[in-house]
Design a protein around this ligand. Structure first.
Ligand code: CAO
Length: 415
């Protein structure tokens, strides 16, 4: 079966996490992703956080599936010539270098457009235009400047970063959407365009509900936050612990075994529609009619006590048992799954969301497959390329270079 992006060729100048997340997604949708890496060096993550000596790290292998690797020195004269040909032969150029790096190589947007007016030139940067536009940015800098860290954690603790890589992978996702949208527009306009996603902006987009709360704060306390009714609110959105970001109060509650198992917890949501079922299951039937508990508004100032009471019940069940009891009653809840449990979860294996991949020097390892499932575009996960594994194949197959031309480029230090 054909894949959605078959025939689309990506000139992939990305490295580390944000850019590679984007091009990996495009690869899963069938695009031909040509990863350009510096000869002898490659993407720095090949060697970072290594678990096995001299073998590409999991950091690299898990972000660079479904790509081909080409080594090219884009600062070398001959290398620049090869790069020009690649720009002409590709549909999309993706990069996440420090600001201005491609310009310094001699390839500003104007030059790229001149070489290929249909080219979509997509970039990740830490910040958009403004005071910080020249800064180099990593994941947690984006989480901190995009509003996530100030709103994550407990009220009596410091700002906290999240494990989900919303700055890097989150921005890569946003960029991928920008690229396919630009490809769609190019169908009609015939022209490429510039696509820019700043990590600060992407994090803020994912923190939209917190900017909502910032504005609500001007009209009174945030009644679903744990600071209400006894704590104090300052002039900025406080950290809300494990409170739900939506209109249905929720909290993380201990389950059986919590004393020794750090993940024996469940997220429990007191959705208004199922309040009677919650009261029944925890044995507090009197709360169903009691005006002090019967309505969501009446419950808001007592959430701490209500969740403590529910926890007395959840502590008598293990997290999966609790889920099995609550789910049939339509009470929204979710056990806290450890990475060990996620990796072993059969349903995630069955859908290809967790996949086992074989690698020539590493052997078998687990990865996260394409989380976006499409009925007409199958996704298979192929292993990440070794450094420069496809250099000749790409120079011959994509650019039509001869053996002599390739030898010449090699002796000039271009590839
Ligand atoms: N041939 C020749 N030179 C190459 C090359 C190639 N194939 N590939 C890269 N280079 C050069 C670049 O041109 C750049 O040279 P200049 O400094 O002379 O312009 C140099 O390598 C280093 O690139 P860099 O500055 O992007 O890399 P860094 O390790 O210093 O910084 C990072 C890394 C991530 C902080 C920076 O790239 C950045 O801010 N990117 C944008 C934001 C981003 O994506 N951050 C998320 C990263 S994931 O956590």
């Amino acid at each position: 079966m054909a894949k959605a992006l078959e025939g689309v060729r990506i000139l992939d100048f990305t490295h580390v996490q944000s850019g590679p997340t984007c091009t990996q997604l495009l690869g899963w949708f069938g695009a031909d992703v040509l990863k350009v890496e510096r000869p002898g060096v490659g993407d720095a993550t090949r060697g970072q956080l290594r678990d096995i000596p001299d073998v590409d790290s999991l950091y690299f292998t898990m972000l660079n599936h479904n790509k081909r690797s080409l080594t090219l020195n884009s600062k070398n004269e001959k290398g620049k010539e090869v790069l020009e040909s690649l720009i002409k032969a590709c549909d999309v150029l993706v990069e996440n270098f420090a600001p201005g790096a491609l310009d310094r190589m001699g390839f500003p947007w104007a030059r790229i457009q001149e070489l290929n007016p249909r080219m979509i030139y997509a970039s990740v940067k830490g910040f958009g235009p403004g005071p910080y536009e020249d800064c180099k940015v990593y994941e947690n800098v984006a989480q901190c400047t995009g509003g996530s860290a100030s709103t994550t954690g407990f009220d009596d603790g410091p700002p906290t970063v999240t494990g989900a890589q919303i700055g890097d992978s989150g921005t890569g996702l946003h960029l991928a959407l920008g690229i396919v949208t630009a490809l769609f527009q190019r169908e009609r306009s015939g022209r490429g365009q510039r696509v820019l996603t700043a990590m600060q902006d992407s994090v803020l987009n994912l923190c939209r509900v917190k900017l909502r709360d910032q504005q609500r704060l001007a009209h009174g306390p945030l009644t679903e936050y744990p600071q209400y009714p006894n704590g104090t609110f300052g002039d900025a959105v406080p950290r809300s612990g494990n409170a739900s970001g939506g209109g249905q109060p929720g909290w993380i509650l201990k389950c059986k075994g919590w004393e020794s198992d750090p993940n024996a917890y469940i997220y429990f949501i007191t959705q208004a529609a199922v309040w009677p079922a919650i009261c029944e299951v925890i044995g507090r039937q009197e709360w169903i009619e009691d005006p002090e508990y019967a309505t969501p508004v009446a419950r808001l100032p007592k959430l701490e006590y209500i969740f403590a009471t529910i926890e007395e019940w959840t502590k008598t069940k293990d997290k999966v048992e609790a889920m099995d009891i609550l789910n049939p009653l339509n009470i929204p809840c979710g056990p806290i799954l450890s990475m060990k449990e996620v990796a072993a979860e059969p349903s995630l294996r069955a859908t290809g969301t967790v996949v086992e991949v074989d690698h020539p020097t590493r052997g078998k390892y687990l990865s996260v497959g394409n989380p976006i499932k499409m009925s007409d575009s199958p996704s298979e996960v192929t292993r990440s390329p070794l450094l420069g594994e496809h250099t000749e194949e790409i120079l011959k197959g994509v650019l039509g270079m001869s053996d002599e031309e390739i030898a010449e480029a090699r002796s000039a230090g271009a590839i």
